[in-house]
Structure formats: structure tokens, C-alpha cells
Design a protein around this ligand. Structure first.
Ligand code: M6R
Length: 359
């Protein structure tokens, strides 16, 4: 049941320190990544990786895909429903990675079928043991987040992103020419602190006050660059899904190429940053601010964006690869509290189902 929580969504947000610990358990030891069922060298024939996913899982795939690309591996991240029209060449050296919490999303299963019919090898990254994706793919890696009841994906997003970041290290060390992170030991070391850092966010978050302060806005924008871009998209998806308010996510630099026309003092902008390479987010946030938009900075304290913003949702200092996941927890809380203040049916938003088994 929901226990002490009003909604499953809040319970699942608060479950993240423990679900993340489960995800990481035994997989990041002594500076090395190990997956229980993937032997070293298993990806040595792979020369390109395609992620396919939908919705929140697509955002986690963007996160993992960017990490894999910067590890020197040819990577595409494709919306499963657009697979046929967006895929490049596929052959037996292509690894298609289906990222799907339920393992039952029809669009994602169909994309995998299409890729494997062209000769690709498949890997399911899923939460559900025995799901269709797990049974049909060549291999399966479990995110181990535990059951998720709320239609809005929360803890499973965090566990997907962490699993994909770890998988990146294994793929990059197997694939010829791949380059595991130069600071891998540090990366894995700070991953071990992630559950505790999420706990700190949950204990100190000002998200409810900010949701209340901005409740009568016309539209909610979320911006970010690099890994922060995928977090911005995820923040906007969650917000629209459960509040029914209009929300959009953008790559920071894209704001001035059109969406800025919508910006007024009625369009709060949540600016996600990690502490590395966030200049674009800062300059574009400042530009929007000069048009009247209230800016909420979402990231570590020690950054000039935090000073330039109207308000700040703070996250603990960590490796820049994990900072976005902490920012995402803040955004989950903003969405939850806004939806609660608006008296929405948070766990079962209208028109949506937990898993979408039609194309
Ligand atoms: O089970 P899956 O991860 O394949 O589901 C994909 C999407 O339908 C899902 O993430 C959806 O976007 C969530 N309701 C978002 O919160």
C-alpha cells in the first residue's frame, strides 16, 4: 500500500534512496562495473548502439546515449514509435537496447522486432522480470527499482539512468575504440553516494513552496544543456502528465530560436544545470529573465546560475554525471506538489495507462 504517503507517486519518489541502492548493489565495486549476467568482452563485436524507448524511458535513454557517445561509441537514441523512419544502417554488429520499465510497451517491442529482423543483437533494460522485452531480447539487464504503481514514472527513471550509465562503462571497455571514462574510479565512487544525496534532496527540498508560488502560471518551461537537456524534457513530461498544465522542455540554446516569443512573467523557467558546461543554460536563462520570466535554477549551490536566478532548488555537490539525476528528483517534487495543489488524480492521470500495449 501507500503507507504514510498520500499517493503512490510520492511514496515512489521517496523510495529512491533505497531503489537506487538496489540498482547499484554489486555492480560498481573496486572501480569496476560488473553485471551479473554479462561477461567481460560480451560486446566486443558491437560497433554501433541504438537505444529505442518511449516517454520517460526515452529520456533515460538520451541520458545513457550521451554518455555512451562521449565514450567514443557510435550511438543513436531513437523514439521507438519512429524507429523505421529514423534508423540508420543496421547489421549484426549493431546492438539495439530497448529501455522499457514495463517491458510491455508495444512501440518499443515493435522497434526491437524491426531491428532484429535487420540482423541486430538485442538487449532489454527493464524493471520487470519475465516481461515480453526480457523474454524476447538476446539479453536482459534489470534495473531492480521494485514495483512502480503510479502512472508517472519516477524511481524507475533514476534506476534506468544509473543502469545505463554503468552499462556505458562496460560497452565502452568491450567495444574496440571505446573509451571508458578517464575518471571512472571517481565516477563510481560518487555513484555510491547517490542514494544519500537523494535523501538530502528529499529532506531539504523547497519544491512545494516553489510549486505554490508559481501555481497560476500560463506555461512552464524546462531548459538544460547536454545531460541537462534530457532532464529538462523529463521534467516537462512529468509536469504536463500529472498537473494538466502546459509544460515544455527545451535544449537551453533553442529558446531563442522560437519559444522565446512565448516568454512573459507568466512562464516560469526551470533551468537545469550540473556544474559543468552550463554557460548556454545561464545565458539563455538570463535572456528569458530580461523578458520577465521567473527563473528557478535547479542544480548545485556553487554556480553563478544559482545567483542569477530568482529562486533555487539546490542539489548536493556530486560528479556532473549524477547531478542531473538529483535535479530530476527536485523536478519530480515540483510536479507532484503542483498537481496536489491543483487536486489532480496524481496516481492515475486522465487518458493515460501505466503501460501502453497498443502502437
Ligand atoms: O514501460 P515503459 O518504460 O516502456 O513505458 C514508456 C512510457 O509509456 C512511460 O515512460 C510514460 O512516458 C510514463 N507514464 C511517463 O511518466
Amino acid at each position: 500500500g501507500k503507507g504514510e504517503f498520500d499517493h503512490y507517486m510520492l511514496k515512489e519518489i521517496y523510495n529512491q534512496p533505497s531503489s537506487l541502492s538496489n540498482t547499484i548493489e554489486g555492480r560498481a565495486n573496486d572501480g569496476e562495473v560488473t553485471f551479473e549476467n554479462l561477461t567481460e568482452g560480451t560486446f566486443s563485436d558491437v560497433d554501433a548502439v541504438q537505444f529505442v524507448a518511449c516517454g520517460t524511458s526515452y529520456h533515460a535513454a538520451m541520458y545513457g546515449g550521451q554518455l555512451l557517445r562521449s565514450a567514443g561509441v557510435r550511438t543513436e537514441v531513437l523514439r521507438a514509435s519512429e524507429y523505421e523512419s529514423t534508423t540508420g544502417p543496421v547489421d549484426e554488429n549493431t546492438l539495439v537496447v530497448a529501455v522499457t520499465q514495463s517491458g510491455e510497451t508495444a512501440d518499443t517491442l515493435e522497434a526491437v522486432r524491426e531491428a532484429t529482423s535487420r540482423g541486430a543483437r538485442s538487449l532489454a533494460v527493464t524493471n520487470v522480470v519475465g516481461s515480453t522485452a526480457a523474454r524476447t531480447a538476446d539479453d536482459a539487464v534489470y534495473i531492480r527499482a521494485g514495483p512502480e504503481v503510479g502512472v508517472a514514472a519516477t524511481k524507475t527513471y533514476s534506476s534506468q539512468a544509473v543502469t545505463l550509465a554503468l552499462l556505458t562503462q562496460q560497452i565502452a571497455s568491450d567495444v574496440p575504440g571505446g573509451e571508458p571514462a578517464a575518471d571512472k574510479a571517481k565516477l563510481l565512487e560518487s555513484l555510491r553516494d547517490l542514494p544519500e544525496h537523494v535523501e538530502e534532496v528529499l529532506e531539504s527540498s523547497q519544491a512545494e513552496a516553489i510549486a505554490r508560488e508559481r501555481l497560476d502560471s500560463q506555461s512552464y518551461f524546462f531548459i538544460g544543456h547536454g545531460l541537462g537537456h534530457s532532464v529538462a524534457l523529463e521534467g516537462a513530461l512529468k509536469f504536463k502528465e500529472i498537473t494538466y498544465e502546459h509544460a515544455e522542455g527545451f535544449a537551453s540554446g533553442q529558446l531563442k530560436h522560437g519559444p522565446l516569443a512565448l516568454v512573459t512573467d507568466e512562464t516560469p523557467i526551470f533551468a537545469v544545470y550540473s556544474g559543468r558546461g552550463d554557460e548556454k543554460t545561464k545565458t539563455n536563462a538570463i535572456e528569458a529573465r530580461s523578458r520577465g520570466a521567473p527563473i528557478v535554477a535547479v542544480g548545485p549551490d556553487d554556480h553563478s546560475l544559482a545567483d542569477a536566478a530568482d529562486t533555487h532548488l539546490s542539489v548536493p555537490d556530486t560528479h556532473p554525471v549524477w547531478a542531473g539525476l538529483l535535479a530530476n528528483v527536485q523536478l519530480q517534487l515540483v510536479s507532484y506538489h503542483a498537481a496536489k495543489l491543483l487536486e489532480r488524480p496524481i496516481d492515475k492521470p486522465r487518458n493515460l495507462a501505466k503501460s501502453v500495449t497498443v502502437e
